[in-house]
Structures are given as structure tokens and as C-alpha cells.
Design a binder for this molecule. Structure first.
Ligand code: NAD
Length: 499
């Protein structure tokens, strides 16, 4: 069986802890590789050499660092199919979706190619007599990224590209379920000219994460994953004095107004609810039609579309709409939640339980499920299911639909489908959610904006990528400078305004 490795100081390095995690092929249920889980000592060694490498990298001028991103971007394009296949092999998502995973990460690399303009400081000429002020953005030193399984290329790229462009060294701990893409990206970065040691891929589980959180050299932690772990990491890292941003789970609502084009809304819901088997933090998991006619019309349109969905392995390429979920445990949890929805009185209109695919009987496939008449007290509404399950909550008015969305503890993404600009504008203005789509179901912002949720979907401040990432990965130093123009006598002892 293939044994994976860490990527440390520019080399593939075997694990020495003696602990491993299985990397599954979710389509077949077979173990396809094992990944080493780093010990505290392995982490400490990787951090120490990253700290050494960071000194020269941080002193390399920003334009030269950006040139590494230019070559890196070209290499990602060149290796697009290989990277997409790595994503799909371990995650199970379809190949076109695997390509999308790489592409949305590449777009962040593209913004980093222009990184120097985001690293410019500020200058005040003549802030006082003969006094100038300037501020500069300097790297933090060694920073860490901890990433989830569901975007094995995109989220590591969201972390590494801005952190490195800002002159930091990074310890990246990818998900132990899908580690290979990050390992390959590190090799491509090396080929692009990144000095050895500046990016260390250290594989691991809680032990490695805790080592990051307690390490005194690491200055900042960027995390993406589930809400309970996000909250834990935020608390521990911040308590240890680190700059910390942790992005968590979601329960994204899409409101469908009576004036919406229901065919377009149904198409959007099927893609946003079931794409990538619902394993997206921006998946729409709750449809909120306003009015009985809208709800009935939407349901009539959704059912045939959902029943037509093709579920299968990524090797079937364009012939599948979505693949398996990540583990057997995840499949069991999703099916258990569907059972609970039935027990608690929701109407299961399309039942995806017990799905089996010939030749892939041991794969972690879950058919698409669609519930109507879901109420907010049910488990299927309260939990982030992270599977191919769409719940429909019926409402009578726009205000009721808006309140439902706002009362939900998560606030990652949301959408409204309507033909009325006034309603759309009111929704975008009032809703307490970080990313809003208007007639657009998955509003992941482009890479020169920023990505981040509100409420329990994010802890800490500043968003991911875009200008916020350049703020997160640098600290500001402000210099007040005076050059004497004549011979002055005596000292000044008062804390004075610069008049
Ligand atoms: P997860 O929280 O299980 O794991 C994320 C990372 O944390 C992994 O690297 C994992 O090794 C580590 N980890 C897991 N348990 C830990 C523990 N007890 N202590 C320390 N570290 C631990 O998340 P996942 O299942 O890999 O990813 C799915 C989740 O991520 C979903 O909730 C999804 O909504 C969320 N997500 C959020 C965003 C966002 O930007 N808000 C994006 C993608 C995914």
C-alpha cells in the first residue's frame, strides 16, 4: 500500500511517530494509502527549520516573491488535470468539480501575483514640522494553516498563497483524509522557486494541531473546518497569543419569492444542494419558499430534477453529477439524520437511503434526499448534515423567511431568488450572513474580494483571501521620523500634539 509522507525542507520525509491514518477511496470503500500523523517532536522540528528559512524569504523583495506565484500559477495550469485527479481520488468529487476545486484556489494565486500592490504601506508627508510618518506591512514569521477535507486544493491554496506572498513561512496541515493534493502543490511551489523550508506540509491529526496551537514560534493560525473544532482552535490559539481566524460550518438558506422564476430556482437548488454530495460549506441545505403556491410549484419542479441525478465514481467523468461522501461514518451519520427527519415528522419526498451502485457496493454513496414540511425544531434543520439532503421549510411571508435565516446560528452563505430588486436589496442589506447571492445560489466571492461567514461560521476577524488576507498575514509597523534641519538645543519632555 502507498505510504504518504510529509514535505519538509523541500523533501519528502517519512513519518517517524509510528502513527498513521488510512486514506480511503470513497468510491470503493478501500484503503488506498496511509498518511503519517506527526508527533509533537516532528512538528517542532518542522517549525524550527521554517523559522530559519523565513528570514531570507521575508527579506526577499515582494516583487520577487510575487514572481514565484506567477510561475506557481503557470505550473498549476500545466498540471490541472493531474491535480484534479488527486482531489477526486481522495475526496470522491467528480473530475469537473475537482478541476473547479483547483481553479478557485488558482484564482487566489493569481491575485497574489499582484501582491506587492497590496503590501504597500502608507505615508504622511509633513505630519508635523519636518516630521514624516510611514507605515509598513511586515511578515509575521512562521504561520500555520489547518484545512478540511472538502476542498483539498482550494483551501490550502487560500492559505499558502497569501501567507507566502506576504513573506511568511507556513506550516500547512491538510486534512488527513485528503492529504495528497497539498503535498503535490508544495512540490510545484518548489519548482516555481520557493526556497526549501518556507512551506512545510506536516500531516497529522489532533496531536499535530495541538502542537501548532501551543508552539511559541508560530505567530498566526488560519483554520477551516467544522464549527466545534473552529471554536476550540480559536480559543486555544488566541489564548496562546496568536493571531487567529477560524472558519466553521454552515446551514445555508435560499429564499424563493413568489415572483421568482421557479425553473431557474429549482435548477439552482439542485446544483447547490447536491453538488459535491452536499459536502460544501456554501451548499444550500435549506430551501425557504414564500407562500404555498411557491412551495408547491418548487416541489413539483425539484422532484423530477432530483430523481434524475446521477451518482457515481469520479472515473465516470462527466457522466456523474456527484460522487460518494467522504467516509463510511459520514454515510451512516447522514442516513441516521434522514431517519430522524422521518421520525420527527418531516415529509421525505425523495429518499436517498440505502443507495447502492453495481460494482461499487462498498463505496460511501448516498442517494439524494428531499424533505418537505421541515420545521426549525427538527434535527435535520438544526444540524449541518454535510450530505446530499435538501430540506424545505415553508413560510408565509418574506419577513418570516428572513427571520428564519437570521435566527439560524450559522451565517456563512445565503441566497434569494426573486424578480424584485427592492426585495433583493432589502435582503442583502438586512440579512446577518457573510455572503449573499441574488438569483445566485453559491455566492463564493471572487478572489479579489474576500470570503468569510458570520455568527457561528467564523471566529476571529478578517476574511480569507483578497485584501483581508494581506492584513491577516502581515503586521503593521509605523515609523515617525524627524530629520533636524538646524541645530536644536535642549530636550522636549511634554507629550505634545504635532502642531
Ligand atoms: P473537521 O473540523 O473535522 O477537520 C478540519 C481540520 O481540523 C482537519 O485538518 C482535522 O485534522 C482537524 N481536526 C479534526 N478534529 C480535530 C480535533 N479534535 N482537534 C484538533 N484538530 C482537529 O472538518 P472536516 O470534516 O474536514 O470539514 C468539513 C467541515 O468544514 C464542515 O463543517 C464545513 O462546513 C467546514 N468548512 C467550512 C468552510 C468555511 O470557509 N467556512 C470551508 C470548507 C469547509
Amino acid at each position: 500500500m502507498e505510504e504518504l509522507y510529509h514535505f519538509i525542507d523541500g523533501k519528502r520525509v517519512k513519518g517517524t511517530s509510528g502513527r498513521f491514518a488510512d486514506v480511503m477511496n470513497p468510491a470503493t470503500g478501500e484503503v488506498q494509502a496511509r498518511v503519517p500523523l506527526a508527533s509533537v517532536e516532528e512538528m517542532a522540528a518542522a517549525v524550527a527549520s521554517a523559522a530559519e528559512a523565513q528570514v531570507a524569504w521575508g527579506a526577499t523583495n515582494p516583487q520577487r516573491r510575487a514572481r514565484v506565484m506567477m510561475k506557481f500559477g503557470a505550473l498549476i495550469n500545466e498540471h490541472m488535470d493531474e491535480l484534479a485527479e488527486l482531489v477526486s481520488r481522495e475526496h470522491g468529487k467528480t473530475l469537473p468539480d475537482g478541476r473547479g476545486d483547483v481553479q478557485r484556489g488558482l484564482e487566489v494565486v493569481e491575485v497574489c501575483m499582484g501582491g506587492p500592490s497590496l503590501l504597500k504601506g502608507e505615508f504622511t508627508d509633513d505630519g508635523g514640522p519636518g516630521i514624516d510618518l510611514y507605515s509598513m506591512r511586515q511578515p509575521l514569521g512562521v504561520v500555520a494553516g489547518i484545512t478540511p477535507f472538502n476542498f483539498p486544493a482550494m483551501i490550502p491554496l487560500w492559505k499558502m498563497a497569501p501567507a507566502l506572498t506576504c513573506g511568511n513561512a507556513m506550516i500547512l496541515k491538510p486534512s488527513e483524509r485528503c492529504p495528497s493534493t497539498a503535498l503535490r502543490l508544495a512540490e510545484l511551489l518548489q519548482e516555481a522557486g520557493l526556497p526549501d523550508g518556507v512551506l512545510q506540509i506536516v500531516n497529522g491529526d489532533k496531536e499535530a494541531v495541538d502542537a501548532i496551537l501551543d508552539d511559541e514560534t508560530i505567530q498566526a493560525v488560519g483554520f477551516v473546518g467544522s464549527t466545534p473544532i473552529a471554536q476550540y482552535i480559536y480559543g486555544r490559539a488566541a489564548n496562546n497569543g496568536k493571531r487567529t481566524q477560524c472558519f466553521g460550518g454552515a446551514k445555508n438558506h435560499m429564499i424563493i419569492m413568489p415572483d421568482a422564476d421557479l425553473d431557474k430556482a429549482a435548477d439552482a437548488l439542485v446544483g447547490a444542494g447536491f453538488g459535491a454530495a452536499g459536502e460544501r460549506c456554501m451548499a444550500i441545505s435549506v430551501a425557504v419558499p414564500v407562500g404555498k403556491e411557491t412551495a408547491d410549484g418548487l416541489r413539483d419542479r425539484l422532484v423530477p430534477r432530483i430523481e434524475k441525478l446521477k451518482v457515481g465514481p469520479y472515473t465516470a467523468n462527466e457522466d456523474v453529477d456527484y460522487g460518494p461522501v467522504i467516509t463510511a461514518a459520514s454515510k451512516a451519520r447522514i442516513e441516521g439524520l434522514i431517519d430522524s427527519g422521518v421520525d420527527q415528522g418531516a415529509e421525505l419526498v425523495v429518499d436517498g437511503r440505502g443507495f447502492s451502485l453495481q460494482g461499487y457496493e462498498n463505496g460511501f454513496f448516498v442517494g439524494p434526499s428531499y424533505f418537505d414540511n421541515v420545521t426549525p425544531d427538527m434535527e435535520i434543520y438544526k444540524e449541518e448534515i454535510f450530505g446530499p439532503v435538501l430540506s424545505q421549510v415553508r413560510t408565509e411571508t418574506y419577513e418570516e423567511a428572513l427571520k428564519l435565516t437570521m435566527d439560524n446560528p450559522y451565517g456563512n452563505g445565503t441566497a434569494i431568488f426573486t424578480a424584485d430588486g427592492d426585495t433583493a436589496r432589502d435582503f442583502a442589506h438586512r440579512v446577518n450572513v457573510g455572503m449573499v447571492g441574488i438569483n445566485f445560489p453559491i455566492p463564493v466571492p471572487l478572489s479579489y474580494h474576500t470570503f468569510g461567514g458570520w455568527k457561528k461560521s467564523a471566529f476571529g476577524d478578517l476574511n480569507q483571501y483578497g485584501p483581508d488576507a494581506f492584513r491577516f498575514y502581515t503586521k503593521t509597523k509605523t515609523v515617525t521620523a524627524r530629520w533636524f534641519s538646524g541645530i536644536k538645543e535642549g530636550g522636549e519632555f511634554n507629550f505634545k500634539a504635532m502642531d
